[in-house]
Design a protein around this ligand. Structure first.
Ligand code: XMP
Length: 509
């Protein structure tokens, strides 16, 4: 793999994604990894990430110069760039000024800049600056705040840039990174959806052998793609379990039962737990209480379905864990061999499965690409995030079947109009919320109404950690509002949530 050494900024994962977008496999490793450990991973190339530290701060992460004796191509970004300069005899100076945001880069040569404009916008975020490139390096770019903003040594296959090539505000950054990977490091562009799918299917086949597996389907992308991969690998020895808790949106049960099964040929068991959930949720308005009940009942339903199957012996539980979760929990590569209850929110102790996590090295966009490769329909692979507790946490107040029906209709209308307006790519997700305990006066036809408001909560986001409210076109909002108030009898008002996150969360509960 290409190893992206994480110097503590939030950029390492993004860099790893960009490397993979250049069709080269990459993994994130912590900067505390020693040179010997890095060598043991047989890296095809190494990318040193940016980081918040100054190379002058006591205790700042350092770079062991023996890294360069491995003969592995190295690319440094921002802090990583300064570490290269420092380690190989260049000079890093505390300039006392910060360069932050969009800057103009003047290109003064370099193979990595071949075919790119002499002046290009780049995105900067640094205090210290490299003021002399190390011996043997060619200066290839400069900016107002960074006299040495890029350098390279073709012979030793080492290069770096002060700016952040991984962010979209550096429009040519991806080309520079790609050229490093393909030209300097000589890596072939083979990390493609077809190859990824083939490798993962092979891996699952090796791991499960002649065993049997189960997979819970939620209706979401990750579990669907994980299940499709395992189905491809072991066929009918996989059973998919879908718990219908009655909190899904319009059409989602059918998507799992028909579209998913049609696309994969997977064996599916549906547990109809709608009545149980309605009963257990009756009288409960507290959000945390709702979550607890749903989590508990979900596990019960899943467990009973598994117990029915267990006669035939089930050895493996398939989970749709993704790479960002693995990186964030400090995990490494390879397949975890953990009893289910360690990882799966509270599955009972006596279900001792081994875990199969076929997606644990993939980013979300790769999961979608693999899903498409496996023939899953766009409605499944392109689906926006939807919370596990479903519509229950979008009804502010008690959850009842009538209220669920109301919200489901309003949500379907909003989704339909957003899709028709071609806005699905622009928004991260658009929760539709029913304020069930609020009533307001309205007038419809000749009569007074006293109905409930629906809140539209369209947001844009990169990772759901922060979000901004989406500036939807007024005509789209108008269509959604008109249709919801006309077509959903209990609703007489539609309001728009214009709060970013923070301070608001994306969901209302
Ligand atoms: P918040 O509301 O915390 O949501 O800003 C961030 C993202 O997480 C989703 N979300 C959940 N997903 N179980 C889930 O699987 C949950 O309990 C849950 N709560 C929120 C939310 O839709 C958004 O994408």
């Amino acid at each position: 793999p290409v190893l992206v050494v994480d110097y503590g900024a939030q950029y390492a994962q993004l860099i790893a994604r960009r490397v993979r977008e250049a069709k080269v496999y990459s993994e994130v490793v912590p900067h505390t990894l020693g040179v010997a450990e890095i060598a043991a991973r047989r890296p095809a190339a190494i990318v040193l990430s940016g980081g918040p530290a100054s190379v002058y701060t006591a205790g700042a992460p350092t770079l062991d110069a023996r890294l360069f004796e491995l003969g592995v191509p190295v690319f440094g970004i921002c802090y990583g760039f300064q570490l290269i300069a420092q380690a190989l005899g260049g000079r890093v100076t505390q300039t006392g000024t910060r360069e932050y945001g969009r800057t103009g880069l003047t290109v003064v040569g370099g193979e990595l800049h071949d075919g790119l404009p002499d002046r290009q916008p780049v995105w900067m975020s640094h205090g210290d600056a490299v003021t002399a490139a190390p011996p043997g390096f060619t200066l290839t770019g400069t900016t107002a705040g960074a006299p040495v903003a890029a350098f390279e040594d073709r012979g030793r296959r080492i290069a770096g840039v002060q700016y952040h090539p991984e962010v979209l505000h550096s429009p040519h950054g991806q080309q520079v990174l790609s050229r490093f990977l393909h030209e300097f490091a000589g890596l072939p562009p083979v990390w493609t959806p077809a190859n990824i799918a083939e490798q993962l299917v092979g891996g699952v086949r090796d791991r499960i052998g002649a065993g049997r597996a189960i997979c819970g389907l939620s209706g979401g992308v990750d579990s669907a793609v994980a299940a499709a991969l395992v189905q491809r690998a072991i066929g009918d020895r996989l059973t998919c379990v879908f718990v219908d808790h009655g909190l899904l949106r319009q059409g989602e049960r059918e998507q799992v039962q028909q579209d998913f099964v049609a696309a994969t040929g997977a064996k599916l068991v549906t547990v109809d737990a709608v009545q149980t959930f309605v009963t257990e949720l009756a009288g409960v308005s507290d959000p945390e209480e709702k979550r607890k009940i749903i989590g508990r009942e979900f596990i019960r339903s899943f467990e009973s379905a598994v117990a029915d199957l267990a006669d035939g012996g089930v050895d493996f539980l398939v989970q749709g864990t993704l790479y960002p979760d693995v990186v964030e929990s400090g995990g490494g590569t390879g397949t975890a061999n953990i009893k289910s209850h360690h990882n799966v929110g509270g599955l009972p102790d006596d279900l001792e499965f081994q875990l199969v996590e076929p997606l644990r090295l993939l980013f979300k966009d790769e999961v979608r690409a693999v899903g498409r490769e496996l023939g899953l329909p766009e409605e499944i692979v392109g689906r926006q995030p939807f919370p596990g507790p479903g519509l229950a946490i979008r009804i502010v107040g008690e959850v009842t079947p009538d209220r669920l029906a109301t919200l489901r209709r309003a949500d379907a209308i909003a989704r339909e109009e957003l899709t028709a307006a071609g806005l699905d790519q622009q928004i991260w997700q658009c929760p539709v919320v029913l304020l069930a305990d609020v009533r307001s006066v309205g007038v419809q036809g000749d009569g007074r109404t006293y109905g409930h408001p629906i809140v539209l909560r369209p947001v844009s986001s990169e990772d759901a950690m922060t979000a901004d409210w989406s500036r939807l076109p007024y005509d789209v909002l108008e269509r959604i509002s008109t249709r919801i108030t006309n077509e959903v009898a209990e609703v007489n008002r539609v309001v728009l949530d214009v709060t970013s996150k923070p301070p608001g969360t994306i969901e209302w509960e």
